[in-house]
Design a protein around this ligand. Structure first.
Ligand code: PMP
Ligand code: GLN
Length: 389
């Protein structure tokens, strides 16, 4: 038999799926894969149910329902003062994952270099490679996850086509500073590079921080592709509704990729997300506040147990240094033992590196009910052999 494509052949199952399967097998509390354990707002779900029954349930327009494209454009105006033409600059996708795949297929040519910032979300590397891109690695390093600006600058060459930026950043819980975003924008301008901005956690920033899309920086409006996800914004990760905002010159080829990948996304979910994006400001601030409380709850407990908890400025995730606990083995082994013996699943952060990964960090997902967080902390405390005060 002839060989199948080497990018996907032999690739491991994602760490999220693997840890979730292990959690089920061990009857563990799952703080691995990033999903809330209660469903999002009832009115949004009701809107989806009503639209399902009222119909139509046939193919929606390829770019997405006008209601949702309009709602995305209004959202970009309301939160970021971006003026977006919904008819030519917004497209709906089946999740941010599809948006990333479409964008990489549409923007890259074989041999183009793409700057990726480690630790990176796991689908980036295979999607970049399958699209013919050459990954160029840059790192943010713990404990503060700051971007080393001279190293970042040195990564750019005449062959750089795009930077893939995840802000706020999974798994680091980092929110890029204004200074870092200014630098990234400056380099994109200087080298005439596209910015692919995975901003799925745009409404999950803590401690009074406000999200600033890279697209809003000088010279970035027409070279950025901004990607959002209803999964995160409405705590409905299974819906897989994403949206892209980009200038017509970029959106046009991205839409051509989309038309042959999924073509469209279920109409009732699109209608409900359109309704959701129009919710009052209090919904969005309330979501961040609720998640911040959960962050505080888990961080306090993990610190008491003895984990070296790193700062968490946004997202669903708290990353911990395991070295203070003096457990034997690296992050992968510790996560395996923790789920099997301790009854709590987390994710080894080494899974978010292309090579030379640190083995000292694990990620806990905290978008869970308070009692679930407390029960997990109790189990961890027992497992680690100390008592939570
Ligand atoms: N990007 C990042 C950084 C994520 O954490 C996730 C996780 N859901 C996604 C993209 C994928 O989003 P979606 O479920 O909308 O495809
Ligand atoms: N984004 C989620 C996480 O980081 C996982 C999504 C998935 O399993 N594909 O945990």
């Amino acid at each position: 038999m002839k060989p199948t494509n080497p990018v996907f052949t032999g690739l491991a199952t994602t760490v999220f799926e693997t840890m979730s399967r292990m959690a089920i097998a061990a009857d563990a509390i799952n703080l691995g894969q990033g999903f809330p354990d209660v469903d999002g707002p009832e009115d949004v779900r009701r809107a989806a149910a009503d639209a399902l029954m009222a119909g139509p349930n046939q193919y929606p327009p390829m770019l997405g329902l006008p209601d949702l494209r309009r709602a995305v454009a209004e959202h970009e105006k309301r939160f970021y003062d971006l003026d977006i033409d919904w008819t030519s600059e917004v497209m709906v996708t089946s999740g941010a994952t599809e948006a990333l795949a479409d964008t990489l297929m549409a923007l890259l040519e074989p041999g183009d270099e793409v700057i990726l910032i480690e630790p990176l979300y796991d689908c980036y590397l295979p999607l970049v490679k399958r699209a013919g891109g050459i990954p160029v690695r840059v790192r943010v390093t713990p404990p503060d996850w700051r971007l080393d600006i001279p190293v970042f600058r040195a990564a750019f060459t005449e062959n750089t086509k795009a930077v893939l930026l995840n802000n706020p950043m999974n798994p680091a819980g980092k929110v890029f500073s204004d200074e870092e975003l200014c630098e990234i924008a400056a380099m994109c301008r200087e080298y005439d590079v596209f910015a692919i901005c995975d901003e799925v956690y745009e409404h999950l920033l803590f401690d009074g921080r406000r999200h600033r899309p890279l697209m809003s920086y000088p010279g970035m409006r027409d070279r950025s592709v901004k990607i959002g996800s209803a999964g995160k914004t409405f705590s409905l990760t299974g819906w897989k509704v994403g949206y892209i905002t980009a200038s017509p010159k970029l959106l046009d080829p991205i839409a051509k990729a989309h038309q042959f990948v999924t073509f469209t996304t279920p109409p009732n979910l699109q209608k409900a997300v359109a309704y959701g994006l129009g919710k009052e400001d209090g919904y969005f601030t309330g979501l961040a506040a609720e998640m911040q409380d959960k962050r505080d709850r888990i961080v306090k407990g993990l610190k008491e147990i003895g984990f070296g908890v790193l700062p968490c400025e946004g997202t669903y995730f708290a990353t911990c240094d395991i070295t203070p606990l003096k457990l034997s083995g690296g992050d992968v082994e510790v996560c395996k033992r923790m789920v099997e013996e301790g009854g709590v699943a987390a994710v080894p952060v080494s899974a978010f590196y292309i090579a030379d990964a640190p083995a000292d960090f694990i990620r806990f997902c905290f978008c869970k009910r308070d009692e679930v967080i407390d029960a997990a902390l109790e189990r961890l405390s027992e497992w680690v052999g100390k008592t939570v005060v």
